[in-house]
Design a protein around this ligand. Structure first.
Ligand SMILES: [Fe+2]
Length: 239
């Protein structure tokens, strides 16, 4: 067997720290991994709650636990499953594009859900009093802090009755702070680093407030740990 024919029959591809032998597509000569690739490892693990769910103001333990166990952890499991299917699909060149598109759309959707929910739960446990560099920056970007808060609440309420996320973000491209309206988990701001995220899906408040979204937004604001938001802002603005 010549060197060229050997390369056609068997290639190598780096998987993590190791290089493993993989078969090559004889026609396209594209490496097709026979083992799980890091991009589709499917090994996401749910993060525990970082606060005492019995101690929040106006948000019940039942609501928080239902949200964390069913919606967040459901997305973690789904993302792992989708990554497993994408890993298997790398060796299945006959999979129709329309089916592959379904997997890629779900990968984007579940990735957004996992990240946004982890940011959401991580920012609870505070007294809701804004402080630090982020308060000064928001006052500067919106005229005063109260004007920023009013616009944040207004953006959130624009999603009430539907679903989505209200996202305070540092836009890495424009170097500015904005409250963004995101229709779903895939609808994040381009070049935006999330600093404070408000889940406006009904599963985030219906157990406690039914359809009264404004009461939920009020309770949410009282439980923000602004030290977490401030740290996110400093890291994002540095980066
Ligand atoms: Fe949620």
């Amino acid at each position: 067997m010549t060197n060229m024919s050997r390369r056609n029959a068997l290639g190598t591809i780096a998987v993590g720290a190791a290089a493993v032998a993989v078969p090559l597509d004889a026609g396209a000569q594209t490496p097709i991994p026979s083992a799980t690739v890091p991009a589709f490892a499917g090994s996401h693990a749910p993060k525990p709650l970082s606060f005492d769910a019995t101690k929040l103001t106006g948000l019940s333990e039942k609501l928080i636990r239902s949200h964390w166990e069913n919606n967040y952890q459901g997305s973690v499991k789904a993302l792992n499953m989708v990554e497993g299917r994408l890993s298997a699909a790398m060796a299945d060149k006959d999979l129709p594009p329309v089916i592959y598109g379904d997997l890629k759309r779900e990968e984007l959707h579940r990735t957004g859900s996992v990240i946004l929910h982890e940011l959401y739960f991580e920012q609870f446990g505070g007294d809701g009093v804004a402080k630090g560099t982020i308060r000064e920056a928001l006052a500067k970007s919106h005229g005063n802090f109260e004007a920023w808060e009013a616009e944040f609440r207004r953006t959130a309420m624009a999603l009430a009755g539907g679903s989505g996320w209200c996202i305070l973000a540092w836009n890495q491209y424009t170097k500015s702070l904005h409250n963004y309206w995101a229709w779903d988990h895939t609808n994040g701001p381009v070049a935006g680093t999330p600093l404070l995220v408000l889940d406006m899906y009904e599963h985030a408040f219906a157990i406690d407030y039914g359809a009264a979204a404004a009461k939920y937004v009020e309770a949410f604001m009282h439980n923000i740990d602004w030290a977490v938001v401030d740290a996110r802002y400093k890291a994002a603005a540095r980066g």
